[in-house]
Ligand binder design. Structure first.
Ligand SMILES: [Zn+2]
Length: 468
């Protein structure tokens, strides 16, 4: 009996020690709610209930609000909802969400620069409405459904929205946050994107177990982020508010909008209970801290590149154009290209289009190459963007071939060997233009290879985000 007590004591000391160790590497949980249903008024109450429940638990979440939803709350006089949400973090979830045309649809045929302007023209006013109604500039943006487009990155920076928080498969990096287009992306989180399902028969214990496993894995790797999301409307309806109105490109007039089918009150209570218990359990897991999008930006800092020796950058970039992770942090391919050109670090976009090399020779003269470098610097300074190609007289070197050649140059030889690009960062992008944009609201069979191509071109800016 005494032995058993001793074993128990040893065991509990051991467990305590493990817990203390685990608490060392933080697991940050981003809990976010796409607050979008402006058709069913019960969704207002759902947002209120969730916001208050979480406040009661001492947890702050991120409510990504649709512009029209915010305006509807204002029109309905739901200041109780606005105030309850404002105690959490406010993000942005597009101006009208599912009214046609949605972002991927209207951006598919546009280039990078004009697409960014069009995104801001259409989505900018909703972000301003959020600022007016909630009294705070949204901390983050995430696209409606799968309606992602890379042009939004430049527009969001211009709108002062620094974080991209959503789920999707177009781009992703090791199931953890990354820098892309100058924004902190919490996206494509794979095994670290979790939830306790509201429907089906998974016992909450199983959801909790999955959370604990994910947290333990992150802890053993020095910490990281778990992403959990819901929609307030899910708690009060059995079908999505937009699917019943805007499916497959449909765009009925406002007077013809239908309200989604409702859950019973008892069903809603059951759902609130699942969320409450799941969050309460997660909060108690050692090392876990709930954070908002705004706090994540503080935790990850800025996209400024880590310092690195020229020789190290040159060796890396001459063989492959992709990000570099060092002891001090990470550098994107664009960061390293600027460094090789002798430029100060600055935020730039990737090229706006793909241009192939026309220069056929195996080498080029020093003077011509130095002129090309000066021209590249001038273009980047003027446009805050990488050029698609660099002129060598009347011939062109693609930006990738130019970067590889520049990295391979010893800065002394009279003749510089032309190296060909190996754009390794492209492997972090989807090659499935239909699946990546699969969303019931998009027109039937919608496919956007143009957006994936443009997204890959912006892969020059891609790099893992490191906790400070
Ligand atoms: Zn949504």
């Amino acid at each position: 009996m005494q032995q058993l007590t001793m074993i128990r004591t040893i065991l509990s000391v051991f467990l305590l020690a493990t817990a203390t160790l685990r608490a060392g590497a933080p697991v940050y949980v981003a809990l976010w709610f796409d607050t979008e249903d402006y058709i069913e008024p019960a969704a207002d109450d759902a947002a209120l209930r969730i916001a208050r429940d979480l406040t009661g638990l001492g947890v702050r979440a991120t409510f990504k609000v649709v512009g029209e939803k915010a305006r509807v709350l204002e029109q309905r006089g739901r200041w109780d909802v606005v105030r309850a949400l404002a105690l959490h973090d406010i993000g942005y979830h597009s101006n009208f969400h599912s009214v046609q045309p949605t972002p991927a649809l209207y951006l598919r045929d546009l280039g990078y620069v004009e697409g960014a302007a069009e995104f801001e023209r259409r989505e900018g006013p909703g972000a301003l409405d959020l600022a007016r109604i909630f009294g705070v500039r949204p901390s983050c943006y995430g696209q409606p459904g799968n309606s992602w487009a890379p042009q939004s990155n430049a527009a969001l920076r211009h709108m002062g929205i620094p974080v991209y928080l959503d789920e999707g498969s177009q781009v992703g990096l090791n199931d953890q946050p990354f820098w892309y287009g100058g924004l902190l992306y919490i996206y494509n989180m794979g095994r670290f994107q979790l939830r306790a399902p509201l429907d089906g028969d998974e016992p909450v214990a199983k959801s909790n177990e999955r959370f604990e496993r994910a947290a333990a894995e992150l802890t053993s790797h020095g910490g990281g982020v778990i992403s959990i999301y819901y929609h307030p409307t899910e708690f009060v309806t059995t079908e999505f508010w937009d699917a019943v109105n805007f499916a497959h490109g449909a765009n009925p007039e406002r007077t013809a909008w239908r309200r989604p089918r409702r859950r019973t009150e008892a069903e809603s209570e059951r759902c609130y209970g699942i969320l409450h218990d799941y969050v309460a359990h997660a909060k108690g897991v050692p090392g876990v801290r709930f954070v908002t999008a705004r706090e994540l930006l503080q935790l990850y800092g800025s996209p400024a590149p880590a310092p690195a020796e020229r020789a190290r950058i040159a060796t890396h970039m001459s063989a492959r154009q992709t990000f570099l992770a060092t002891e001090d942090g990470t550098l994107s391919a664009a960061d390293m290209l600027l460094s090789l050109l002798g430029m100060q670090p600055e935020l730039v976009d990737g090229p706006a289009m793909r241009i192939a090399s026309s220069l056929a020779g195996a080498s080029l003269a020093r003077a011509a190459f130095e002129r090309a470098k000066t021209d590249a610097v001038s273009f980047i300074r003027a446009n805050k963007r990488l050029p698609a190609a660099i002129w060598i007289g009347a011939e062109k070197l693609s930006i990738g071939d130019f970067a590889a050649t520049l990295a391979g140059d010893d800065e002394a030889a009279a003749e510089i060997v032309v190296r060909r690009a190996n754009l390794e960062f492209e492997k972090y992008f989807s090659n499935e233009p239909r699946k990546a944009f699969d969303w019931p609201i998009h027109p039937e069979g919608f496919s956007a290879p143009e957006l994936l191509e443009l997204g890959k071109l912006q892969g020059w800016t891609l790099k893992p985000a490191r906790l400070r």
